[in-house]
Write a protein that binds this ligand. Structure first.
Ligand code: ZN
Length: 385
């Protein structure tokens, strides 16, 4: 029988645990298998939030997660009254948001089973938000199940993580991702292999690349940058190009969504209504929404820059592999000739330094450094021979 857990690629080691928990949750006994607070960790793209959502579906589905019934489907699309998926658009989850959430989930589950909250970015909880959440998690006898997702356990406050059961997802193998793209998304084997390889096990990114021509060509431009760093002027130019591409990628995916959101909000307030109170209320709400959208746009640009830097890093990783005499597959096999000649033109020491320049830039950006300046500094280090 099909199950919501089928889509979790390369995570067999946790699927059994989740299935046992679902079974235990039905018996009503105080079993070890079921607990009401969980943390899902794993590298980006391993599917930690997909795993959490699948678990949520299975908990509320009468068939333990068939994926086909009303409960399963409404849970996945955000339409189930007992399942709430918190996706952060901003840079942090604030205490007010948690308080609102707690009021919403204070009611008993409408269908009598469990109420499930999936928090996709528990690492973005501010400290006060985390302590508000902690109180809810500690509450005894609750029918709410908390599924928190974060990159690593260190990203979750110790007080919270000590009360949660921890599940660590793995990066799925390139082969596993390729197979999913072919079977589930109907992508050609050659394209699936390329996308899986350059995305290094990040399923979402792999699918995005495989199905999106402009994303692929943007990536290609980024990957050619290391070959065009002949002077400092070229380095500054490359930094600007990287930022422009990342900004473009982020804005194409957010613009239409922004517009739709504003339209929906105006409809909710009765577009064209002339009542004075109505107009000010709507204007205020639109202003709030625009503020949120701006903060989301900033985050999306930063995420896109990070993806570009990870892509760039694969170039130097391949260079180092070639320098080490490794004859195995490289990530950017479509650029093997360029990578081989680049590898013979610089020392291993220099390749290592370039790789650390990229990693340092990622670190600074994660600490909110100015994107253009950080990339300029990085490109200058990449340009140095
Ligand atoms: Zn179902």
């Amino acid at each position: 029988m099909a199950s919501v857990f089928d889509d979790l690629v390369g995570q067999e080691h946790i699927i059994d645990i989740l299935k046992n928990a679902v079974t235990a949750s039905r018996t009503g006994s105080d079993s070890q298998e079921m607990t009401h607070a969980w943390v899902f960790t794993g590298p980006p793209g391993s599917g930690r939030s997909s795993a959490a959502v699948a678990f949520a579906q299975a908990l509320i589905c009468p068939n333990q997660g068939c994926g086909a019934c009303n409960e399963c489907q409404s849970a996945a699309t955000g339409g189930h009254p007992d399942v709430e998926v918190i996706r952060t658009e901003g840079l942090s989850i604030k205490v007010e948001e948690i308080r609102e959430l707690l009021t919403r989930v204070a009611w008993a589950p409408s269908m009598g089973g469990w109420r499930v909250v999936v928090m996709e970015d528990a690492d973005r909880l501010t400290e006060s938000a985390a302590s508000a959440l902690l109180k809810a998690i500690e509450e005894p006898g609750t029918r709410t199940v908390w599924l928190l997702c974060a990159p690593t356990l260190h990203d979750v406050l110790p007080t919270i993580r000590s009360r949660c059961r921890h599940l660590q997802l793995r990066t799925p193998s390139i082969d596993a991702v390729t197979q999913v793209l072919i079977k589930r998304d109907d992508i050609s084997p050659t394209m699936a292999d390329f996308a899986a390889r350059v995305s290094q096990g990040h399923i979402g990114r792999a699918r995005y690349l495989a199905t999106n021509e402009s994303v692929r060509s943007n990536r290609k431009v980024i990957m050619l940058l290391p070959l065009q760093l002949g002077s400092l002027a070229a380095a500054f130019h490359a930094a600007q190009a990287l930022i422009d591409l990342a900004t473009e990628e982020a804005s194409t995916s957010s613009e239409s969504r922004d517009e739709k959101e504003i339209e929906k909000l105006q409809e909710a307030y009765g577009k064209g209504a002339t009542g004075r109170g109505m107009a000010t209320g709507a204007a205020k709400a639109v202003k709030e929404l625009e503020k949120e959208q701006k903060s989301r746009a900033t985050r999306m640009v930063r995420d896109a820059i990070d993806v570009a830097l990870i892509d760039l890093a694969t170039f130097y990783r391949d260079v180092m592999l070639v320098q080490a005499g490794d004859k195995g597959p490289i990530v950017n096999s479509d650029m093997r000739t360029e990578i081989e000649s680049f590898a013979s033109s610089i020392s291993t020491h220099s390749a290592v330094q370039k790789m650390s320049a990229i990693m340092e830039a990622r670190k600074y950006l994660a600490m909110n450094a100015a994107p253009l300046m950080t990339c300029e500094a990085m490109m200058c280090r990449l340009a140095r021979v």
